[in-house]
Structures are given as structure tokens and as C-alpha cells.
Design a binder for this molecule. Structure first.
Ligand code: ASN
Ligand code: ZN
Ligand code: CA
Length: 341
């Protein structure tokens, strides 16, 4: 029997109705996209993995591929197990397209191969993770958090795969903060790239599934507003959890792209101040993203720290725009504004 690629539609939790590319075989449609490296989404049935799996990314349960007798998946609510799967698959699609069309990268691994998603992992699990080979999403606890399958988190987690397969920033100390920041940066850029009115893009991470405050886990314009992340570099940031030391890189990136001061983005009031009292003029998201991507993939290495990230992104800006460019000067100014260099 012939295996075909067919268009379909999904009714997601956070992105409204979205187009899907599906696999059709023997009259059964599956949530597997041949146009994006056969990326697919599977149901974990609320089971978890052994510790061995989480540590080594091997011998993990793969879950059950989502299939259907028609080309429609989900109903826009958690009453259908398929809805979170639609978000996850949509997240894979947009992240794939973002890296391919904006940065010329052929998938997470750079070789055209796809990645998979596992949804409904565990019970009341309020996290999501990349294990080196695939994505896994919990359903949240249902009172503080819904399923973690928002587009920014999908982009965040899959960007860990891009980092791992490029600079391979060590996941501790300052390099760990840069690793986390890279994921917040590209997760956010994927949200902007998708330009989905159902999920207006902003610099908040995880706002879509935050049932209480709708502010999510982190925000890039003022990282310290979460009570744990830092806005400014100091010699102690390497001792912090990587999800907090990332604040320095996130704050840098926001200032570089958007500049200091206040503005409304995606319907949310954003406001960013500098650590040195300077005013920074943003160069826009497209240039900032190109600079970070080139810095990451050409100049950063596993032990790059914040000072090294300053050099890496300056080198990238010089390559892309020239040493006398406004973009180059803005990179220097934005790092200085977060006390790096
Ligand atoms: N969601 C978390 C992250 O991507 C999972 C973890 O702590 N590794 O960073
Ligand atoms: Zn992360
Ligand atoms: Ca967001």
C-alpha cells in the first residue's frame, strides 16, 4: 500500500486551527510529517520513563503515534487527547520552518532528519524537556498550569537540540545560562515567526499555559521580575541555576532587538532598563536573531562564558554587517548595558 503525504487540520489548545501535513497509509492518517523529516507526535498515556532514559536519552518509551480515520485532529480543548498533540506537532512545524527558512538550518540536527514529540507525559507534570533525541511535554497540574505545549516552549526545547548540535554549551555555570538563554531567544523568535493571532508574540515564556498569572515562567525584558533570574551580570551568576543565569543573555537580547524603555508587544506591556543607566536603541528582531545564530554556530564553544558571548556576537555582527555598522555598535552597547564587558 502506498504511503502518501496529505494536508490536514488540527484544532490546538493555544494556536487555534492550524494546518498539518499528515501521513496517510492504509486509510489511516497519522500525525507524522513527511515534509519535515517525518517528525511525529506520540501519546505517552500519562506514563513516565526510567531515570536511565532521562539521563542518556536512550531506551525511552516512544509512546503511541497519534492516528485518525480522518485528517482532522483535536477539538481545541483538553477534552480531546489529540489537542495537545496538535500543539506539539505545530510547534515542531514552526520551529523546523523557522530554522530552515530564516537560518538555513536543515532541521534540529542539521541533516534533514526530523524529531519527535511525546505528549501526556506523567501525571500533573508541569515541565517539558529535550532529551537529546526528542521532545517530551507534561500536562501541567491543571490548576496553575495547563499542558506545556505552547509554541514558545516547543521552540525553546527544540532549540536545546540546535545548541547541542552546534556550540554544545555545557549545561552548568555561565555556559549553561547561555544555553538556556539561547532556547528562550529562539523559542521567542519562533513565536514571532509564526505570527499567529491566537498566540500573539511577546517576550514572555510560557504565558499560554499559565492559568493563574498568564505571565509564564520567565520574561526577557525584565528577567528579575520572576524573583530569581538576574538582569545584570556579576561574578556570581555562574553559581545560579541555569534558568536564572539565563537572565543576563535574555536581557541583552531584548535590549539588542527592542531597545530600552517601554512598549506594548503582543498586547503585553514590556519595559526594560539598563544596568549602567545607558539608553539602548534596538536593531530589530531579524538582525538580532541572525547575530545570535551566527555567534552560536560559528563562534561559541562548549565552555563559552558571558564575556566570550560578547566576543562571539561582536564577531558575528562584524561578519554580517561590518565593524563600523550600527548593528555592531548596538551589540557592544547591549552587552555593556547588562554589565558584560
Ligand atoms: N524545561 C526545562 C528546560 O528546557 C527542562 C530542564 O530543566 N531541562 O530547561
Ligand atoms: Zn531549557
Ligand atoms: Ca511567549
Amino acid at each position: 500500500q502506498e504511503i502518501q503525504t496529505v494536508g490536514g487540520e488540527g484544532d490546538s489548545l493555544y494556536g487555534g486551527t492550524v494546518p498539518l501535513e499528515l501521513t496517510l497509509a492504509n486509510g489511516t492518517y497519522s500525525l507524522k510529517d513527511p515534509t519535515r523529516g517525518n517528525s511525529f507526535t506520540a501519546d505517552m498515556g500519562n506514563k513516565t520513563d526510567s531515570m536511565t532514559c532521562q539521563l542518556f536519552g536512550t531506551k525511552c518509551a516512544t509512546g503511541t503515534l497519534f492516528t485518525s480515520s480522518d485528517n482532522l485532529f483535536g477539538n481545541g480543548s483538553t477534552s480531546s487527547r489529540e489537542s495537545a498533540a496538535v500543539d506539539a506537532q505545530y510547534g515542531t512545524d514552526k520551529t523546523w520552518d523557522y530554522f530552515k527558512l530564516v537560518h538555513g538550518r536543515n532541521g534540529i540536527f542539521g541533516d534533514g532528519s526530523g524529531s519527535s514529540n511525546r505528549v501526556h507525559y506523567g501525571t500533573n507534570y508541569a515541565n517539558a524537556f529535550w532529551d537529546g533525541a526528542r521532545m517530551t511535554y507534561g500536562d501541567g497540574d491543571g490548576s496553575n498550569y495547563g499542558p506545556l505545549t505552547s509554541l514558545d516552549v516547543a521552540g525553546h526545547e527544540m532549540s536545546h537540540g540546535v545548541t547541542e548540535n552546534t556550540a554544545d554549551l555545557t549545561y552548568s555555570g555561565e555556559s549553561g545560562g547561555l544555553n538556556e538563554s539561547t532556547s528562550d531567544i529562539f523559542g521567542t523568535m519562533v513565536e514571532f515567526y509564526a505570527a499567529n493571532p491566537e498566540d500573539p508574540a511577546d517576550y514572555l515564556i510560557g504565558e499560554e499555559f499559565d492559568l493563574q498569572t498568564h505571565l509564564g515562567f520567565r520574561r526577557m525584558d525584565q528577567p528579575s521580575s520572576d524573583g530569581a533570574s538576574v538582569d545584570c551580570w556579576d561574578s556570581g551568576v555562574g553559581q545560579l541555576d541555569v534558568h536564572y543565569s539565563s537572565g543576563v543573555g535574555n536581557h541583552f537580547y531584548y535590549l539588542l532587538a527592542e531597545g530600552s524603555g517601554s512598549k506594548t508587544i503582543g498586547g503585553v506591556a514590556h519595559s526594560s532598563t539598563t544596568c549602567n543607566g545607558s539608553t539602548v536603541t534596538g536593531i530589530g528582531r531579524d538582525a538580532a536573531a541572525k547575530i545570535w545564530f551566527r555567534g552560536l554556530t560559528v563562534y561559541m564553544t562548549s565552555n563559552t562564558n558571558y564575556a566570550g558571548a560578547r566576543t562571539a556576537t561582536l564577531n558575528a555582527a562584524r561578519d554580517l554587517y561590518g565593524a563600523g555598522s550600527a548593528q555592531y555598535s548596538a551589540v557592544a552597547a547591549a552587552w555593556s548595558a547588562v554589565s558584560v564587558g
